[in-house]
Design a protein around this ligand. Sequence first.
Ligand code: ARG
Length: 588
Amino acid sequence: MKTLLEIITIEMEKAFEDAGYDASLAKVTLSNRPDLCEYQCNGAMAGAKTYKKAPIMIAEDVVSRLEGNSCFASAEAVKPGFINLKLAPEFVSGYLNDMAADEKLGVEEETRPKTIIIDYGGPNVAKPLHVGHLRSAIIGESVKRIMRFKGNKVLGDIHLGDWGYQMGLIITELKKRQPELPYFDEAFTGEYPAEAPFTISELEEIYPTASAYAKEHEDYREEALHATYLLQNGYRGYRALWHHIMNVSVTDLKKNYEKLDVHFDLWKGESDAQEYIPDMVKRLKDEGYARYDEGALVVDVQEESDNKEVPPCMILKSDGAALYDTTDLATLVEREKDYHPDEVIYVVDKRQELHFIQVFRCAKKTGIIPNETELKFLGFGTMNGKDGKPFKTREGGVMRLENLIREIDEEMYRKIMDNRTVEEEEAKRTAETVGLAAIKYGDLSNQASKDYIFDVDRFTSFEGNTGPYILYTIVRIKSILNKYVEAGGTLGGLEIRPAEDLYEKALMLQAVKFNDVINAVYEETAPHKICAYIYELANEFNKFYHETKILSEEDEQRKAGYIALLGLVKSVLETCIDLLGFDAPERM
Ligand code: ARG
């Protein structure tokens, strides 16, 4: 289905051409003076010079061609040369009925679907998830759903940090605590135990302990580095331990992401890319892309147009060890081989931007990735506390994700119990649903690249631009629809009727934008625009609700029209929150 803007732009193009002007002038936008009109076209102003005419004359010419056009209730030429447009109620209700009949509410899928890999989440194995990983998970999940909604083939890859120094630290600490384990016996040739020698909570304690100890003790640090080296070079016992660490950790990660309603198609990690490194390095050397700089192997990626220095991409350290750059390049080798993606999107903290500039340039320059493949960095800002500093616990430590979620859920539970509409058991489950919406909406309603303040009180409020407010609105609509059915009505086959008053029209005008909004969200990879849209839609609905007798409307046809409109508004809201990554409860 064409978007509303597309349809009226076509009408305007016809009018410009009929009046003897170029169709390219007929650009229509939402009005920035909603008090005067709904849509506007400033093409007459732009055309004045070309046609050597006063803009108002061009505008009047065009407007005269719109007489009797069924899309518009009015088209006005206004000095100095604006064209102000108001939509015909019949046209709007007709469009809404078409939306309601379409599975995707009128949104068209890509005619040529792309294969898109989204690299998000990026947790580090054996380290607890913290709020830093929350943003990547929330934004990445939403971007994934948006790309998919437009018909693309999308793969979400968690890209685990599973190959670094933290593994060496854990191994070293385990050796110190349980030296008798067979993993540390070089002479051992038998089968290693199937059971891990630690639980998840032990593992989570081991890493910070080891990390802190290594900072104070040089020899311990050396040992951990050596253990990392042995692991990476295939020492059997450490490989076996690594598998245990992975199993225990990934099981726990899955549970945590499940709770966030975040799902990955690929659970690959940095370790999976390692086997591609030797060939890649050889090729970069053979083909003359790489050079040695003070013993390290590097690829230059500075470009002439740069106005600041972009350091070379580091391929190997002077001791031959691979680095973060190396792993990300080798991961691209793997992705190209397995999926040949049209696009790879990285949802990572914006402080890593330079790293990705280097990696992208190197991948393109050396042909790891074809030139036409789009590599996109979607960098996000920091989540701060109310003090404007990176979010911490009350004690000043790093906030763990599960604690943060618990805090929100408890606050939500208190608020829901205050309302006293549901039983305790249901309130618990509802609190989790609404709590998740509070967190995700609180994050996604900000432009991703900006820092934002995580404010539990504001995010959990039922009023204002919040997740709970949106859910509350959906629940309100559900309850009206249920009552309609309980009173003997059926929801299928109802028609939305042309608006008869201001509030109804305002609600319809907001609903009708859905298709255009989704296209903008998709093209700009901008989930925050969904939030801005549904906040307005919810506001318009609530105004309409307060001003209109819906269920007590005596004219049955009119009542049925209201119900049809509510049904569509509900679908739009539900589709939008699904794209944001959460859903609504039945009651709250
Ligand atoms: N594990 C990394 C971190 O915690 C994020 C990984 C981002 N993705 C990537 N392909 N480098 O900072």
